[in-house]
Design a protein around this ligand. Structure first.
Ligand code: IFM
Length: 771
């Protein structure tokens, strides 16, 4: 089956620069925020000779191992969590006469792959040749449903080209820990723990399993069903044998040119605590069955495709004048949407659901680089992502207490279940800015959506508890003749420095966090229920206000630049030009201390502040910061270039803005960092969206009214997108010399373009600005 689709939304194999198998496994993943399946050679299964890293990832399904420290001090994180890699659900076994893909070497060539992002359907054509030179085409179509997040569908079509013989198709998944053979020394790639257990659930007419983890004590039910086949397709039957092989098989006589189809729907359950999974497995299984029984691959695909169409209707970004980057932008948005957890219990792993890089952990990447995309285009998803932080707030409070603090919440730098999972605490746990990043995101979401219920019942508590953390962590000190509030021994966003005093980014974000707490306490004053429930006192809030006002922000007056941290100016610069390209990223080739003692940045750090808090900055200040930090930044983190693009656009460095943006936006599709094989760079894909919105469209973030100052690249004729604002939806069409805005639905609002404010209402839904 082919659905007619538009080439502007398709990723064809021919258009990809790299055809490397592991890279293709990532690019052609399908996912939906609950599950993600890497592409693979579908005949390999758990074959130990296969050079690939296929598998199924379920968001939030992980196990852990104890971190082995030489010397473990109090409060060091105990465990390293790693997302589990389950069996490859694409796997199928095919026998041709006496030849068997399980035991004989069938040669599998990629002829075509096409990911249709409008429908979420991955269509692939392989040419398969047996050792005795019998050849058949194998078409594999697959999708992860967006309409039922537990459903994954795969469909096979077998078309012999040069033989007539008996063919047997067998679909059995009797192992759970997928073997991978990818040898990679990169520290950012995690080793699979491979500790899951697969138990068959007593026969119910289709293969059903309970998959459990050893240490994290989680359980998930997985079941799959073959669609009933009617002529001309041969019947397919369920079987089980004494070796606990449960599955489906079909045997038929194949002839050249005649296609036979086999389709399967998987239902991949939610994660439960092991004890519940054991106790209620029948109940969970029967609700899963409802998703896949009495339906078909086609109906589920259609339902999911419809959700994708709605996604594009609201979230697409159209660039007229840059077809190559346009495709990258769409790929990025598609991947973001495939990666976002939507159950309030999960977030977006740094690699999406496309690999186990960074252990499958959630970082600040979600709140700072990806959440804005969702807040502006799918506010419900943004809320769900923030609710993950709310549901783990108790753990964050526990962690603060374990750390030795009397109050407040200390969110983990990296986690799956809410507990800290950074084995290298210097560049991990010490990145305390995560607390203020989350508070920043809460505020940003609220400003964009006006979601009162959220801020009142959840968001405020996050802001308050994180603000309390800063009051516990910081202290007053006399600096430059003033009594100032300081945050010493913290690690900022730049991971080429650690444990510094007064990181500019951290201090500004903490100041913002404290001010937010004060602002919301004022808002909820008189609403005693909230403030007394959270034990807020006037003294506490006055202390927060004072600390925010007294926050020390290191500044180099001679150079007029915001200092990355106190005494940063005393470090020598690293001669980056003299370092051979093969030595980048530096983190893989230098001892961390060699980096920490130099002025060298892995990624935007102080410049992040200029991006996130544009108000009050002169263009001269932005320029001074940019010109100071850009030459010492390696952009070894994929989160960096898009942010530099934004500042470059704001200070009129048009060519640099475009260059940085185009590299950021191509991160995965063009494999800019040569490691897309390990999974997508989800944060970078979100950052590229920010590059368009905050850089080229010039949205001013956190403003009380929505304003923009566009700086389109000169080759772009027009940029179009829609955003949700205060519950309404607006469509923006930006040309080189004008902006048109249309109220698509809702009550209307003020929009400001180049400082000129206009009011859009249902009676006056269109306005144009010329400049
Ligand atoms: O969160 C990032 C960090 O800023 C740089 N190292 C990788 C992390 C995960 O993407």
């Amino acid at each position: 089956m082919r659905i007619e689709q538009s080439p502007e939304f398709q990723i064809h194999l021919q258009t990809l620069r790299s055809k490397e198998e592991l890279f293709l496994e990532t690019i052609y993943n399908v996912g939906n925020g609950h599950l993600g399946v890497r592409d693979s050679n579908p005949l390999q299964g758990n074959n130990h000779d296969y050079i690939g890293s296929p598998g199924l990832f379920i968001n939030g399904f992980f196990d852990y191992e104890e971190v082995a420290y030489g010397e473990k001090y109090r409060g060091y994180p105990d465990n390293n969590q790693v997302i589990n890699r389950l069996f490859d659900p694409r796997f199928i076994r095919i026998k041709v006469g006496h030849e068997d893909s399980m035991t004989d070497h069938f040669k599998v060539e990629n002829i075509d792959k096409n990911l249709d992002m409008q429908t979420g359907l991955l269509h692939e054509l392989f040419s398969v040749t047996t050792p005795e030179n019998r050849n058949f085409n194998l078409v594999v179509e697959s999708f992860a449903s967006l309409s039922k997040l537990n459903v994954y569908g795969v469909r096979y079509s077998i078309i012999p080209t040069n033989f007539s013989d008996e063919v047997e198709v067998i679909k059995v998944h009797d192992y759970v820990n997928q073997t991978v053979h990818q040898q990679d020394e990169d520290v950012r790639v995690s080793t699979d723990l491979g500790q899951m257990q697969l138990d068959f659930i007593p026969d119910n007419g289709q293969p059903s399993y309970l998959v459990t983890t050893f240490r994290s004590q989680q359980g998930a039910i997985i079941t799959y069903e073959a669609s009933e086949n009617f002529a001309p397709n041969p019947p397919i039957e369920y079987f089980r044998d004494d070796n606990h092989h449960y599955g489906y098989r079909s045997k038929y006589y194949a002839k050249p040119g005649s296609a036979k189809d086999f389709e399967f729907l998987f239902a991949i359950g939610d994660i439960h605590p092991l004890v519940n999974a054991n106790m209620y497995s029948d109940q969970y299984l029967s609700s899963l069955n409802n998703y896949i029984n009495d339906t078909s691959f086609k109906s589920e695909l259609m339902a999911s495709a419809q959700v994708w169409q709605t996604f594009w209707l609201h979230s697409d970004v159209e660039i007229d004048g840059d077809p190559a980057l346009q495709l990258c932008v769409r790929f990025n948005l598609f991947e973001l949407n495939q990666s976002a957890g939507r159950d309030e219990l999960t977030s977006i792993p740094a690699k999406g659901l496309t690999g186990n890089g960074y252990g499958g952990h959630f970082f600040w990447d979600t709140e700072i680089f990806m959440l804005p995309f969702f807040a502006y285009t799918q506010p419900d998803v943004a809320r769900e992502l923030l609710m993950f932080r709310y549901h783990t707030l108790q753990i964050a409070k526990e962690q603060a207490s374990d750390f030795g603090f009397g109050k407040g919440a200390m969110y983990p730098w990296r986690t799956i279940n809410g507990y800290e999972s950074s084995a290298y605490w210097l560049a991990g746990q010490a990145q305390f800015h995560i607390n203020a990043d989350i508070a920043f995101a809460v505020e940003q979401y609220y400003e964009i959506t006006d979601d009162d219920d959220f801020i009142r019942n959840y968001g405020f508590e996050i802001i308050l508890e994180t603000a309390r953390f800063w009051m516990e962590y910081g202290n007053y000190a006399d600096i430059d003749g003033k009594h100032q509030f300081v945050l010493n021994r913290v690690t900022g966003p730049d991971e080429y420095s650690a444990l510094v005093d007064n990181n500019y980014y951290t201090n500004v974000l903490a100041q913002h966090n404290l001010r937010l707490a004060v602002k919301y306490v004022r808002k909820f004053k008189g609403d005693d229920g909230i403030l007394s429930r959270l034990h807020v006192t006037d003294e506490e809030i006055a202390a927060m206000r004072d600390a925010a006002d007294a926050m020390y922000l290191p500044y180099d007056k001679a150079k007029n630049v915001k200092l990355q941290f106190q005494n940063f100016e005393q470090l020598p610069k690293m001669d980056l030009a003299a370092i051979d390209q093969s030595m980048f990223p530096l983190l893989l080739h230098y001892h961390p201390l060699m980096l920490y003692r130099h002025q060298v940045n892995k990624q935007a750090d102080t410049v992040m502040v200029d991006f996130m808090f544009p108000e009050g900055n002169t263009v001269d200040q932005l320029k001074a910061d940019y010109e100071f930090y850009e030459p010492i930044t390696t952009h070894d983190s994929s989160l960096s270039k898009a942010i530099y693009a934004i500042i470059a656009a704001r200070i009129g460095k048009d060519q640099q803005a475009y260059n940085f943006f185009s590299q950021a936006v191509q991160t995965d599709l063009m494999d800019v960092y040569h490691n897309t094989k390990n999974g997508i760079h989800a944060g970078s894909l979100g950052a590229a969206w920010e590059g368009i919105m905050y850089g080229f469209a010039g949205i001013v973030n956190n403003a009380s009214s929505f304003s923009l100052e566009p700086h389109l690249p000169s080759t772009w004729n027009c940029l179009k997108f829609k955003v949700h604002l205060y519950g309404d939806e607006f469509k923006f069409t930006i040309y080189q010399d004008s902006v048109a805005v249309e109220l698509m639905n809702g009550e209307g609002a003020d929009i400001t373009v180049y400082k000129q404010q206009k009011n859009l209402t249902p009676e006056n839904p269109r306005e144009t600005w010329k400049y």
